[in-house]
Design a protein around this ligand. Structure first.
Ligand SMILES: Cc1ncc(COP(=O)(O)O)c(C=O)c1O
Length: 458
C-alpha cells in the first residue's frame, strides 16, 4: 500500500475539460426509457438529481468502470456499497463460477448458506440469521417479527433514514413532533403509516417523548446504525446506546439497520465501531450489500429468543423462493472471508488521502464543505456547518454538487449522482485510482465554486 502523501501537489488546475463521449449511453438510455419507467430499475440511477445521461456500464474490474462508449471511470459508488473488494475480484469470481456449475437454485437447504450464517454470527451481534434477497425484505421482515414478538403495533423511525421501500417505512414526519407519520409517496395508504412515528435523528428528547406518547404500544425502533442515506450522518456519542437502553426499558425491540454499514463501516459494521465500546446490543440487525458479494442477498438476525418466533420455529410467517440462494451466499461468504482487517485498513488509508485532497481543493476554491465519516464510509456536504439530522443535511448546495459531479465525471470519476449519498471505496482502489480522484478535484472544486456563486450558493 502506502499512498504518496503529496499526490495533490501534482495536480494542476486545467482551464477547461471537454465532456467524454456519451453517444452509446444516450442511445441505450433512449431505448431503456421506451420500455422501463425513467429508463432505470432504481430511481437514483437516472441522474435526475444531477441532470444528463447516466452512463451505461459495460464492465468493471477492480476500482474501474468501463461504459458502453469505452470511457473508464474510477468508481466511487461501488454498487452503493457492496463491492468492498472491488469489481470482479478473482477469488469471488472463481467461487461463483464454480458454484454455478453445480446449478443455481434448488429450493432446499445448502452448505454455503450455513457457512455464511456462521460467518455473520461470528462477526455481528446476532445469535441467529435468516436470509432474504434484498435489504427492503430484511427490514420489512424484522419489523413484522418485532411486532409479532412484542404483540405491539407502533414503530419509530428517524427522518432521513432509509430502510428500503417498505410501505410503513416510506413515511414522512406528521404535523406534530410525535404524531403518526404521513405517506412518503403516492401508493402508500395512510393506514400503512398511521402506526409509524418519524422523529428527528440524534434527538434524544424526541425519542423520550415518543415513548411517553405511545406508552406500552411501541413494538420497535428502527435506525440506520449510522445513517448513510442522507449522506453520512454519524450518531452522536452514546446515541445508539441511549436508543438501545430506552427500547429495553420500554419493552420495545431495538432494530439496528446495518444494510449499508454492515461489514462496510468496519469488519463488524457500525456495531464494531461504537457498539462494542459503548456497550449497546441490538435486539435485531438487518444486513445486505457487502454480505451478498454483489448478488441479491440480505439477512436479518438477532437474539435467539426473538428469532425463535419466526416460522417454522414460531408463529411469525416469513419465506422466500430464492432466500439463501447458493450462488449468492457463495459470493457473500467468499467476500466476507476475504474481508480482513487489512482490507479495512487499506480502504481507510485511501479514504484519508481522498478526504485530505477534498479539504485542500475545496478550501482553495472557497467552496463550503463538511466531510463526515463513519469507519471507511464518508460523504461531503456542500455546506458550512456540521450535519446532525435530515434538516441540516438539506442545507447542502445541490447546484454546486451538480456542477461538481459533472466536472468529476468528465475527468473519469463516477460519483453518486445525488448530493445525499455516501461515497464508497474498495480494497481495489490503489494508488492509480486514488491519484485519478485527487487530480480531478481542483478543477471540479473550481467549477462547483463558480456554480455556487452564480446561484448565490447556500
Ligand atoms: C440502510 C439501508 N437499509 C435498507 C436498504 C434497502 O436495501 P435494498 O436496496 O437491498 O432493498 C438500504 C439500501 O440502500 C439501506 O441503505
Amino acid at each position: 500500500m502506502g499512498f504518496r502523501a503529496d499526490l495533490s501537489e501534482n495536480a494542476g488546475v486545467p482551464d477547461d475539460i471537454s465532456p467524454l463521449s456519451a453517444a452509446a449511453s444516450e442511445a441505450l438510455f433512449a431505448r431503456a426509457k421506451a420500455v422501463t419507467p425513467g429508463g432505470v430499475n432504481s430511481p437514483v440511477r437516472a441522474f435526475n438529481a444531477v441532470g444528463g445521461t447516466p452512463r451505461f456500464i459495460r464492465e468493471a474490474k477492480g476500482a474501474w468502470l468501463t461504459d458502453v462508449d469505452g470511457n473508464d471511470y474510477v468508481d466511487l459508488i461501488c454498487s452503493w456499497g457492496p463491492m468492498l473488494l472491488g469489481h470482479a475480484h478473482p477469488e469471488v469470481q472463481a467461487a461463483v463460477l464454480e458454484a454455478v456449475t453445480r446449478g443455481t437454485s434448488y429450493g432446499t437447504p445448502t452448505t454455503p448458506e450455513v457457512e455464511l450464517a456462521e460467518e455473520i454470527v461470528s462477526r455481528a451481534p446476532v445469535e441467529k440469521v435468516r436470509f432474504v434477497s434484498s435489504g427492503t425484505e430484511a427490514t420489512m421482515s424484522a419489523i413484522r417479527l418485532a411486532r409479532g414478538f412484542t404483540g405491539r403495533d407502533v414503530i419509530l423511525k428517524f427522518a432521513g433514514n432509509y430502510h428500503g421501500h417498505v410501505d410503513s417505512l416510506l413515511a414522512s414526519a406528521g404535523s406534530g413532533l410525535v404524531t403518526h407519520a404521513i405517506p412518503g409517496t403516492p401508493g402508500v395508504p395512510e393506514s400503512s403509516t398511521e402506526l409509524t412515528v418519524v422523529l428527528p435523528y440524534n434527538d434524544r428528547a424526541a425519542v423520550t417523548a415518543a415513548f411517553a406518547e405511545y406508552q406500552g404500544r411501541v413494538a420497535c425502533l428502527i435506525t440506520e446504525a449510522s445513517p448513510g442515506n442522507m449522506g453520512v450522518v454519524p450518531p452522536e456519542p452514546g446515541f445508539n446506546q441511549f436508543l438501545s437502553e430506552t427500547c429495553t426499558s420500554n419493552g420495545a425491540l431495538f432494530i439496528s439497520d446495518e444494510v449499508m454499514t454492515g461489514f462496510r463501516a468496519s469488519n463488524q459494521g457500525q456495531w464494531g465501531l461504537d457498539g462494542k465500546h459503548e456497550g449497546w446490543t441490538p435486539d435485531l440487525v438487518t444486513f445486505g450489500k457487502v454480505m451478498g458479494g454483489g448478488f441479491p442477498a440480505a439477512a436479518f438476525g438477532g437474539r435467539a429468543d426473538v428469532m425463535a418466533s419466526l416460522s417454522p420455529d414460531g408463529p411469525v410467517y416469513q419465506a422466500g423462493t430464492l432466500s439463501g440462494n447458493p450462488v449468492a451466499t457463495t459470493a457473500g461468504l467468499t467476500t466476507l472471508r476475504l474481508a480482513t482487517d487489512e482490507v479495512y485498513a487499506h480502504i481507510t488509508e485511501a479514504a484519508d488521502v481522498v478526504k485530505a485532497a477534498i479539504e485542500e481543493s475545496f478550501t482553495k476554491a472557497g467552496l463550503p464543505h463538511v466531510i463526515q465519516s463513519t469507519g471507511t464510509m464518508f460523504s461531503v456536504f456542500f455546506t458550512d456547518r456540521p450535519v446532525r439530522n435530515f434538516d441540516e443535511a438539506k442545507t447542502t448546495d445541490e447546484t454546486a454538487y451538480k456542477a461538481f459531479f459533472h466536472a468529476m465525471l468528465d475527468q473519469g470519476v463516477y460519483l453518486p449522482p445525488s448530493a445525499y449519498e455516501a461515497w464508497f471505496l474498495s480494497s481495489a482502489h490503489d494508488e492509480r485510482a486514488v491519484a485519478q480522484i485527487v487530480e480531478a478535484l481542483p478543477y471540479a472544486a473550481d467549477v462547483a465554486a463558480k456554480a455556487q456563486s452564480i446561484t448565490g450558493g447556500e
